[in-house]
Design a binder for this molecule. Sequence first.
Ligand code: CDM
Ligand code: ATP
Length: 282
Amino acid sequence: MSSSYDWQDFPAPAKLNLFLHIIGRRNDGYHLLQSVFQLIDLADTISLRVNEGGEVQHLNPLPGVPADSDLTVRAARLLQKETGCSKGVDIRVTKRLPMGGGVGGGSSDAATVMLALNRLWQLNLPRVRLMELGLSLGADVPFFIFGENAFVEGIGEIMTPILTPEAHFVILHPQVHVSTPQIFSDPNLTRDTPPITVPHLSSAITQNDLEEVACKSYPEISESITWLSQYANARMTGSGSCVFASFSSPNEANRVIYDLPKKMTGYVARSLSKHPLHEFAE
Ligand SMILES: C[C@](O)(CO)[C@H](O)COP(=O)(O)OP(=O)(O)OC[C@H]1O[C@@H](n2ccc(N)nc2=O)[C@H](O)[C@@H]1O
Ligand SMILES: Nc1ncnc2c1ncn2[C@@H]1O[C@H](COP(=O)(O)OP(=O)(O)OP(=O)(O)O)[C@@H](O)[C@H]1O
């Protein structure tokens, strides 16, 4: 029988932004967006081992990310501060999600730590409180804690659950690290896309408003979109760099990956209807 002090593995799934519209900008510089966030089965694995000593330790920090700034460590410390919990945790991250790829890897890692520790440390914080806390770590964290595919508004904190069709995605990862602040602060970014409402989602013409400025700065993104567009409608997710297209069967998606030129990196992923740890908060 496993005790809560053994290592336990928890998935941190990626997201795709099926579209992303910028409809305005707040006084603090943050952008008001509208987007459909889709969970997919491509995931990091977060391994956790609870300790009684209260220390939060990252045992295999990511290259270029000091342990203290890793979002998993920050998420655990934030929960300790919020609840006064005296327990600690050792953390290992098996990274599969491309960093700076627009698939929400860091945010999802943080959300998984918060959901898992809510159970392992027996905190019983309500989902809405975890979402509020998570927003201070990153704009995408509340979505992963919400744990359902959603129409997302505000700066990323207002969520309406929606049903999305089952899909098989091909995701290409151009080997560039996109700076999210750089894309959002580009003077050529359009910030006035007319708002849409949930009842009109299925008939709305959509795009990723960040795509044009990202493609100008990073031609590799543009090349990947052009290549994938041979097979289906392709677009960028988040602030890039990953681009994706949707297919109705795994075979179709696998055939595209089979054709992928050697210099490109790609994945096949399936849509998820819920976050695997959805039941860890109420
Ligand atoms: C564009 C998305 O990928 C959509 O999923 C996310 O909203 C970005 O989320 P993220 O990478 O977690 O970004 P954060 O770390 O919260 O923000 C990075 C920077 O992006 C800009 N930013 C982010 C989100 C937002 N709604 N408006 C912004 O202007 C801000 O300059 C911010 O300092
Ligand atoms: N656990 C973590 N995993 C990945 N990145 C992390 C983590 N902790 C901190 N970071 C920092 O966050 C940055 C953004 O990483 P992330 O993979 O979340 O980008 P992203 O997929 O573009 O995010 P988004 O879709 O939210 O814009 C990294 O370059 C890294 O410096």
